[in-house]
Design a protein around this ligand. Sequence first.
Ligand code: SF4
Length: 408
Amino acid sequence: MSHLTVDLGGRPGLDCRGFCSYCYFKHVRETTAFGCRHCLPFKKGCDYCTRGVREGYEGFKDLRTVAEETLANLQMMSGDLDRVTISGGGDPSCYPEFYDLIELLGSMEVPLHIGYTSGKGFDDPGVADHLIDNGLSEVSYTIFAADPGLRRDWMHDPTPEASLAVLDRFCEEIDVYAAAVIIPGVNDGDVLEQTCAWLDERGAKGLILMRFANRTEQGLILGNAPILEGQRIHTVDEFQNLVTDLNERFSMKISGTPLGDPSIGSPFAILHEPDLLRKLPRVQRRATVITGSVAAPYIQRILSIRGSTSRVVAVRKEIACLITADDLAGVDLSKLEDVVIIPGRAFVHDAEAKEILSADGVDRDVLRGPDMLTADAETSMGMTRNEVLDKEMEGIAALINTINRYGR
Ligand code: SF4
């Protein structure tokens, strides 16, 4: 069984018929490289943390290039192909040769999956049946709101009625995971309830709500905050309550980011599973774990349950994977042990992290922990509870093993 990804290229915003008002790629400035886990030890900056994180690609690839790359990738694969995912920096619905692309991929006779589309490029409701006839089986589709006027105003969708008609048809025939960035006063409240009801009635599998972020500490690390000047935002707690409440009231699964997936109990669903917690290794040495402010209390509880007496230190950044050198520079060094573990995916060069976290004259060892300790709602949307728990067991056991191996 293998899985092929077809990358169409393209640039967020530019190859989406213009930026949505809330797009996180708006106003992205050319900043220096962050540094990350992929960088060479002596060089801060690699392709991933300079170009990849900004999705700084050229325009869409032409169909011939896509076809040649797909063929080349197919030839390198072993085993039966069981799924093809269409993705890109730009929006697949805006791909200029979309009909031909779908026919080409449909000829492979395997289920197609669109990794993400806003639907802004769909002007003709008939495209839905063309896609279904060619094997589309699953789509992640940004709805924003079931009100076409709001799609027109906020997503700049020139044909919102057609885009919603396509989504409607998909809900009838295939697995639809809808998504919406939630902007208080715009598409929350009654509008959001109507959107949930619209999707639920039509048979969508799930809806993922994304809290709108407008400040650097909420995750806008590309020098582009604020996206919407003066816009109110939900606190993490407000947002979690909203997600939990809606999930209870509709039959489709509703989850949110940064928190959480109430049907599964994640992030850190393991906290509800004492038997699994007991299977984790005991913490036998001391090390400080640095993480984002959302995950910190969960990780502290788990490590304390497994015997740790060291502190988990939260930076101002809410999301651990988006921690940068600036966040580490804000840490009170007097609280740190001699060994510090930062998130595996933090956007900091290893040498710089050590320099910042040893600035008080204590020569600290700085290590990276696992890439993921839990599944965020985008990851858990298509997973079972046991799959999420397995992922958490694996990630947290790896973190504890790192503490026990390198701690003091
Ligand atoms: S469709 Fe997505 S990537 Fe494109 S402009 Fe809108 S939010 Fe940005």
